[in-house]
Design a protein around this ligand. Structure first.
Ligand code: HEM
Ligand code: HEM
Length: 155
């Protein structure tokens, strides 16, 4: 965390944070393809929506209408979003927040991202479980048991 950094104060700060994050995320070797190749994300259309999401959470703006999960379920149907993808997303998000800002809202931005990432990943796993095993392709079906991978990425 930079000692001279200030906290997130207004919508312009949210936009700056979001742009810096996508600069990293879209070129990232682990998750970049999800934005670029799978979702074919239109960044200029997307930035204002994500800025509103964070403005709502961090500054109480009510500019975001909700329903954030649905596009991730759609993405997951095209390319499965795994624990490792969410962990990578969080690493990039935390690094971007810490690089640009410091303070209570900066901490909240990191904490809330972790909650949302866990919730999204849990909901996707529940959807997969409800849908049952994927169609048999002739090999042995492989199922995963035991503790969740993302129990606590901060530990
Ligand atoms: C200042 C207070 C807060 C605000 C303004 C806020 C705002 C939001 C918004 C706008 C969303 C997206 C909702 C959607 O897309 O439909 C969200 C999602 C979520 N928030 Fe918060 N939040 C706050 C505090 C908290 C706290 C204290 C927790 C838990 C301790 C929490 C846990 C979650 C979770 C788990 C989700 C994801 C829900 C899902 O599965 O879609 N939030 N929040
Ligand atoms: C592996 C992790 C993730 C990937 C690959 C991902 C990817 C995407 C993509 C491609 C979209 C745009 C979908 C579209 O409009 O076509 C999107 C939307 C969005 N994402 Fe994520 N995301 C991830 C995790 C998260 C997390 C952890 C959060 C919150 C902290 C989040 C918040 C949002 C929000 C708010 C939107 C806008 C939804 C709307 O249109 O209202 N994402 N994401």
């Amino acid at each position: 965390m930079r000692r001279d950094a200030r906290d997130i104060e207004d919508r312009a700060d949210c936009e700056r944070l979001v742009r810096a994050f996508y600069g990293r995320a879209m070129t990232d070797p682990v998750i970049g393809f999800l934005f670029v190749d799978v979702a074919k994300l239109d960044l200029e259309a997307h930035v204002p929506v994500i800025a509103s999401f964070w403005e709502t959470i961090l500054l109480g703006a009510r500019s975001y209408g909700g329903g954030a999960f649905a596009p991730h379920a759609a993405l997951h149907a095209k390319a499965p979003l795994r624990a490792g993808h969410f962990e990578r997303w969080l690493v990039l998000w935390r690094a971007t927040v810490d690089e640009l800002f410091a303070g209570e809202r900066a901490e909240l931005a990191k904490a809330h991202a972790l909650r949302v990432a866990r919730a999204f990943h849990g909901r996707l796993e529940a959807m997969d479980a409800a849908a049952g095993p994927p169609p048999a392709t002739g090999g042995l079906p492989i199922t995963l048991h035991g503790p969740r991978l993302t129990a606590d990425p901060q530990r």
